[in-house]
Ligand binder design. Structure first.
Ligand SMILES: NC(=O)c1ccc[n+]([C@@H]2O[C@H](COP(=O)([O-])OP(=O)(O)OC[C@H]3O[C@@H](n4cnc5c(N)ncnc54)[C@H](OP(=O)(O)O)[C@@H]3O)[C@@H](O)[C@H]2O)c1
Length: 326
């Protein structure tokens, strides 16, 4: 089978598609024919050796897939060949076939296509966990989403609206903000031409926002934190801009603001019951038409490295997917 291989940590352009042997499932694993594999920002960091997880080389990137079960290990009871599934794999997704641990596999809901299935769980799971479990977002509160047209950003807009918040989307181009409006943002800030703090204050009549969802970091975190209201919460999701901001802590003291880290992947292991409840909620919202993952582009496996480069270069709207068996 064909797989995208990272043979040495380095530039994304050095990734290559190769013929490799089909993997064999261990007792608690499934072998899945990959129909769609979503591209996430950590894929770009991982292949460059810049992510907190460094898989042994060589490896195939790709953390989130959907597909059809081809074979199951001896201890797998709830799935059989032919089942349509979603799986979180950490690595291995950008390939014609992929192994997944049975604990990280879930059925692909009836009525959900493969592309949507691959694009749903990681980003929407992160945003639901972040906004509900960590940020305690309440109906009627104002939520600011940074990097709002990106993968986790779009999901935070939709989930913020589903939870009853007013959502202000912040992004770097009018084109990206148009998409944010389309998925439900109430107001927008173009932070490449507008002052983020002043604009949030203006939009909230000087009160400030209640929650900031920040997957970007860099120069945007501090002005967003300064625009948080009394008892406001800053959710630290990621650092797509590259720099990890160093924050003056008086900004927390002044309005009893909280700075809260969100690490969805580990949270699913610490609280598997809460994770299942969140997955259930996401499926309910999907079935009701409340959330709609945006898949903006599709790539064949031969162009998977271009897809990864695109996310690293700030050029993605919503989610993009690789279709290894198309
Ligand atoms: N904590 C968790 O559990 C968790 C889970 C999933 C993802 N994450 C993290 O969340 C972040 C976003 O992930 P994603 O999949 O949503 O990525 P994404 O789709 O690429 O979105 C990131 C956004 O960051 C903005 N950005 C600003 N400067 C950038 C730069 N120099 N390069 C690239 N993007 C830049 C871009 O929006 P503008 O152009 O509008 O500024 C982009 O749309 C990543 O750091 C990822 O590791 C964390």
């Amino acid at each position: 089978m064909k797989a995208l291989m990272c043979e040495a940590y380095g530039p994304i352009d050095t990734l290559v598609v190769k013929d490799v042997p089909s993997p064999l499932p261990g007792p608690r694993q499934l072998l899945i024919e990959v129909r769609a594999a979503a591209v996430n920002f950590p894929d770009a960091l991982m292949v460059q050796g810049l992510y907190q997880v460094k898989p042994p080389l060589p490896f195939t990137p790709g953390a989130e897939i959907s597909g059809i079960v081809k074979a199951v290990g001896s201890e797998v009871k709830h799935y059989q060949p032919g089942d349509r599934v979603i799986a979180l794999t950490s690595t291995g997704g950008f390939a014609e076939e992929c192994l997944a641990d049975m604990a990280r596999v879930m059925p692909l809901a009836a009525g959900m296509d493969f592309e949507t299935g691959a694009a749903l769980v990681l980003t929407y799971g992160t945003s639901l966990h972040g906004l509900k479990d960590c940020g305690h977002l309440q109906a009627g509160e104002t939520l600011v989403v940074l990097g709002a047209a990106g993968g986790v950003g779009i999901s935070a807009i939709e989930i913020g609206k589903a939870m009853g918040a007013r959502v202000i989307a912040a992004a770097s181009t009018d084109d990206k903000l148009e998409l944010c409006k389309k998925v439900g943002a109430d107001d927008t800030v173009n932070y490449s031409i507008e002052n983020l703090k002043d604009r949030i204050n203006e939009l909230t009549a000087g009160k400030g926002a209640d929650v900031v969802y920040d997957p970007v970091g860099g120069p945007y975190t501090e002005p967003a934190l300064r625009a948080l209201a009394w008892h406001g919460r800053l959710l630290v999701i990621g650092f797509a801009a590259g720099d990890i901001p160093k924050i003056p802590l008086n900004l927390a003291l002044l309005k009893e603001r909280s700075i809260i880290g969100v690490y969805w992947g580990d949270s699913t292991r610490h609280d598997p019951v809460g994770h299942l409840a969140n997955l259930h909620q996401l499926h309910e919202w999907f079935a009701a038409g409340t959330i709609h993952p945006v898949v903006s582009e599709r790539f064949p496996l031969a162009e998977a490295k271009d897809a990864i480069a695109k996310i690293a270069n700030r050029q993605v709207k919503g989610k993009i997917v690789v279709l290894p068996n198309s």
